[in-house]
Write a protein that binds this ligand. Structure first.
Ligand code: AMP
Length: 493
């Protein structure tokens, strides 16, 4: 169900901001949640990042706060009225940026506080007075203790990505924060899953919540083509190269289970000619944001990441997701592959399965309620690694029209034909020849939104990553230790 924002009678400053963002119709979570939040009822929403849930809670919340708008410069006229809690600094910054955009034509003030940064600039902002405070729990408690943040006039609290907050061990922090808030308030809880712990949290802190569910957590989007290939640990990088080439994929997320594995894989892929960045908990805040921006702008083609580091990041329509490691937790599989095939776009999710992964794959099978067929990979041994296959390049150069087979240079065609009869190659479901015109990727190739650049394995070295980090983020020092305090990425992350 989608409907127009004009049906909502949003106040003019909010409607103007929404129009400026280019939103035409509401997403399903918005269509369901906004009218409920406007009535001031508590909400328990099952929705993942990428569904438009930030606007779903912040637009009605801002609308309800408009009555408190004040042009006074006195901090006393700008007490915190809404508190939005998120598990990670990246998410907090992302949500705060969105809220600032929605509120830009109002007099309501917003700011964000999270760990790993100097407290001083955050303190200055808080002391000036803000109506909407976005925060990670640990840093918020620091500010509460330092008496920089007073929460006794909070009317709205949003617990966003609540399941992840519990996973990270934030429950005691959340309980403490909630104890500082007035009992009379609206509480909105968003979570990808409604686990028993989340239900317990909701029953303790929400009053008669309306449950809104837009996509069940064990559902994988039908637009995602899921492939499971058997690959020894030693063959997995080769497998990635092969799939990238065969499917002509420009950008992908590659998930690994450990921080160490993440760093190692990123280094190896980079050495092999792929423009790669790593995103894990031992990276400094600045490095992580730079990696993200570089990926978003198309300057980096592969983002190798751990689950915690990647959770909920607002990167849409990635053409492919690789599970270099099968996730330990089947639900993480759903989160991981949710990065691709979003908003109706088609996507590819490739999971590389080694001999010891049988139990993990069985868990995934159970969760997604789909039979998993393990397939074999056909490697193109005679091609130099890290380069796109010649046939596909030729087809691209010819404008990607017509039958790709027509433009494959004769020498390449000959070599292809020599290797193996077509029928025997096609029986590997995932590895149709690169020229298969039925492949949706050939008909509708992915283009990064901001730059129409060729992938690294096609193009020469590109300029260094663009840095357009939020003004909120002024890295002070390496934050590995601090990050651990926020997200205990143990040896598995
Ligand atoms: P979220 O799930 O809140 O992180 O939102 C994901 C992305 O969807 C953000 O980039 C939003 O700007 C965008 N978005 C949110 N609502 C809409 C909408 N109604 N139409 C188009 N884009 C939207």
């Amino acid at each position: 169900m989608t409907s127009s924002f004009s049906n909502l009678s949003l106040a003019e400053p909010l409607a103007r901001a929404v129009a400026e963002m280019g939103y035409e119709s509401m997403t399903p979570i918005q269509a369901q949640a906004i009218p409920v939040v406007l009535t001031g009822q508590d909400v328990m929403g099952a929705a993942q990042t990428g569904t438009g849930k930030t606007a779903a809670f912040s637009l009605p919340l801002l609308q309800r706060l408009l009555k408190h708008e004040s042009s006074s410069t006195s901090p006393a006229r700008h007490p915190v009225r809404a508190l939005v809690l998120l598990p990670t600094r990246e998410l907090a910054d992302q949500v705060a940026q969105q809220i600032a955009l929605y509120a830009k034509y109002t007099k309501l003030r917003s700011t964000v506080v999270f760990g790993g940064m100097d407290m001083k600039p955050q303190t200055i902002e808080l002391k000036k007075g803000v109506e909407v405070l976005v925060a990670t729990p640990g840093r918020l408690l620091d500010h509460i203790e330092a008496k920089n943040a007073v929460l006794n006039q909070v009317e709205y609290v949003v617990l966003d990505e609540a399941d992840r907050m519990l996973d990270i061990g934030f429950l005691p922090d959340l309980q403490r924060i909630l104890s500082y808030l007035p009992k009379q308030r609206t509480t909105l809880l968003f979570s990808a899953t409604f686990s028993p712990e989340i239900k317990r949290l909701a029953s303790s802190y929400l009053q008669n919540p309306i449950t809104i569910e837009v996509a069940r957590p064990n559902e994988t989007a039908s637009t995602v083509e899921q492939r499971f290939y058997s690959a020894n640990d030693d063959d997995k990088r080769r497998a990635i190269h092969q799939v990238l080439k065969t499917r002509g994929i420009k950008q992908a997320f590659i998930f690994v289970n450990s921080k160490l594995g993440c760093a190692r894989l990123a280094r190896s892929l980079e050495r092999e000619g792929l423009k790669t960045a790593a995103l894990h908990g031992d990276k400094s805040q600045d490095e992580r944001l730079k990696a993200l921006e570089a990926f978003k702008s198309g300057e980096v083609d592969l983002l190798v990441c751990t689950d915690v580091a990647a959770r909920g990041l607002d990167i849409k329509d990635v053409p492919a997701v690789f599970n270099f490691d099968v996730p330990f937790n089947a639900e993480d599989y759903v989160h991981r592959i949710g990065r691709t095939g979003r908003a109706g776009a088609s996507g590819l999710a490739v999971t590389l399965v080694s001999g010891s992964d049988a139990r993990l794959v069985a868990d995934i099978e159970k969760l997604i309620k789909k039979k998993i067929d393990l397939e074999a990979i056909e490697y193109e041994e005679d091609r130099p690694r890290g380069r796109i296959n010649d046939g596909r390049r030729a087809w691209r150069e010819a404008g990607e029209t017509g039958d790709p087979r027509d433009v494959i240079p004769a020498a390449v065609r000959e070599r292809n034909e020599r290797r193996e009869p077509r029928e025997s190659r096609e029986h590997h479901r995932g590895f149709r020849p690169a020229v298969a015109s039925r492949d949706p990727f050939f008909e509708k190739p992915y283009e990064p939104s901001s730059a129409d650049t060729a992938p690294a394995w096609e193009a020469a070295a590109k300029s260094p990553a663009r840095s357009s980090i939020s003004a909120n983020i002024k890295p002070k020092r390496k934050v590995a230790a601090l990050f651990k305090a926020v997200q205990p990425e143990t040896s598995t992350q």
